[in-house]
Ligand binder design. Structure first.
Ligand code: IMP
Length: 429
């Protein structure tokens, strides 16, 4: 069990997964737990993720590179299940280089990962615009890049950095698709940038999965950073209002290239309330003053798109489901301080459906979920300020009651609590 920021099992593999619909504040916890870690790896998603952090007082937003890059001596890896926007990646590396040296031995980009091209970004926008029921994607080309991967017409990073193979892909796509061919002519600037980024990235492209296996043999401590959240998982989330990758702990291994048996611990990061961006069912969503209060206090605007996030009470039905799917060893309950000052706080412990009655298990069917009303337990709030370091037990009494209720409803222990925005603000058991 993690009892302080630097007690991850040495030589072990730990996974941090979002336990809601993303934006739970995983980046901050990766930052805290990475202190004694050798490697931080991302296994899915792309630049749809966003993580704002402050390095020496300077605000930096990263979308693809894990925040571990700011720790000297630490390596960051992006493995086969990730999709990479090469132009954005070059910009991100430049941004990081201004603060700390990034060299290919500190940043491993998997040759097996798939590339997001201007074509994928264009398709994402077009589909969203024309859809009767848009998903509310980040329009970063994520879905189309994964679609091409599954259809076996995608371009892998290892092939992208080879000018001959990249051109062969480009020519084949132009030949096979009129739209592609038209876009290639109309949007010459974007394609020029796309081709131009290849050479700049080439030195970072490697057999990242093999490097990870070798690192494990040398007893390196590895932290895996899930992007988005379990409820946005392509298999287990609220399909079709999900992202296009496997966000859950089980899906990670398909990307990482090593077996699940090497994992030491899995932690789920949940906010003390719930937010969602984009469309899709959200039973505990608030449309009242409480929702507005949470949104304001929590500054709930997307780091990638700037969109306001929908806010609601903590949904313990969904959290229990995420715990079951991911096998959490503990929940990291984040942004507890945002609820300070509320008179009453609610937890959704069941759903009520007009035809099916009381539902206690998270339904597979989004249509059913959309018709559910939350059944809530009400707890007293707290006004006392919260400590930002030390033990969970030091929290105000009513905050502890709230945590106990979350633990009971989600059937999982809360092992860490976030009470502030700073890099080090965290409470442990
Ligand atoms: P896509 O990943 O851009 O295809 O978007 C699919 C869905 O996932 C949309 O509802 C997005 O708002 C959501 N989504 C994607 N990335 C994130 C994230 O990092 N945080 C929260 N929601 C996300």
């Amino acid at each position: 069990m993690v009892t302080s920021a630097n007690s991850l099992k040495k030589g072990g593999v730990t996974i941090l997964v979002g336990a809601q619909w993303g934006d739970e504040g995983k980046g901050k916890w990766i930052d805290i737990l990475a202190e004694n870690t050798n490697i931080v790896a991302r296994y899915q998603g792309g630049n749809n993720a966003g993580h704002t952090l402050y390095v020496d007082g300077e605000k930096v937003v990263l979308h693809q590179i894990p925040s571990g890059i700011f720790r000297e001596g630490q390596t960051c890896a992006l493995t086969s299940g990730v999709v990479i926007n090469p132009v954005e990646m070059v910009e991100e590396i430049k941004k990081v280089q201004k603060i700390i040296q990034v060299s290919p031995d500190r940043l491993w980009l998997s040759a097996r990962s798939h590339v997001i091209s201007p074509w994928h970004i264009w398709l994402d926008g077009k589909k969203e615009k024309e859809a009767q029921n848009p998903i509310g994607t980040t329009k970063r080309g994520i879905g189309p890049a994964y679609s091409d991967k599954a259809a076996r017409v995608g371009l892998r990073l290892g092939e992208y950095i080879d000018p001959v193979r990249r051109q062969a892909w480009f020519d084949r796509m132009s030949y096979e698709s009129e739209d592609f061919s038209k876009l290639a002519k109309e949007n010459a600037e974007a394609w020029e940038a796309f081709h131009g980024a290849a050479e700049k990235l080439a030195s970072y492209v490697c057999n990242a999965e093999q490097n990870l296996r070798a690192a494990m043999q040398h007893s390196q401590t590895i932290l895996l950073e899930g992007a988005q959240g379990a409820l946005l998982d392509i298999n287990h989330g609220t399909y079709p209002y999900v992202t296009s990758s496997e966000t859950c702990s089980g899906g990670a291994f398909a990307s990482l290239g090593f077996a699940p048996k090497y994992v030491d611990k899995v932690y789920g990061v949940a906010k003390a309330y719930v937010t969602r961006v984009g469309e899709g069912p959200f039973p505990s969503e608030l449309h009242d003053e409480d929702g507005a209060y949470i949104a304001k206090q929590g500054n709930e605007f997307g780091a990638t798109t700037g969109r306001p996030r929908r806010c609601g009470w903590l949904d313990a039905v969904a959290l229990k489901y995420c715990q079951e799917v991911n096998g959490f060893d503990g929940i990291i309950l984040n942004k507890m301080d945002i609820l300070t000052g509320m008179q009453e706080i609610k937890i959704c412990t069941a759903y009520k459906h007009p035809k099916l009655g009381l539902i206690k298990e998270f339904p597979w069917d989004g249509n059913i979920l959309a018709e559910c009303k939350p059944v809530c337990e009400t707890l007293p709030g707290w006004t006392d300020p919260m400590p930002t370091s030390g033990k969970i037990a030091d929290l105000p009494e009513n905050a502890l009651k709230y945590i106990a209720a979350v633990e009971q409803a989600a059937n999982c222990k809360v092992t860490m609590v976030g009470t502030g925005v700073n890099r080090t603000d965290g409470l442990f058991l």
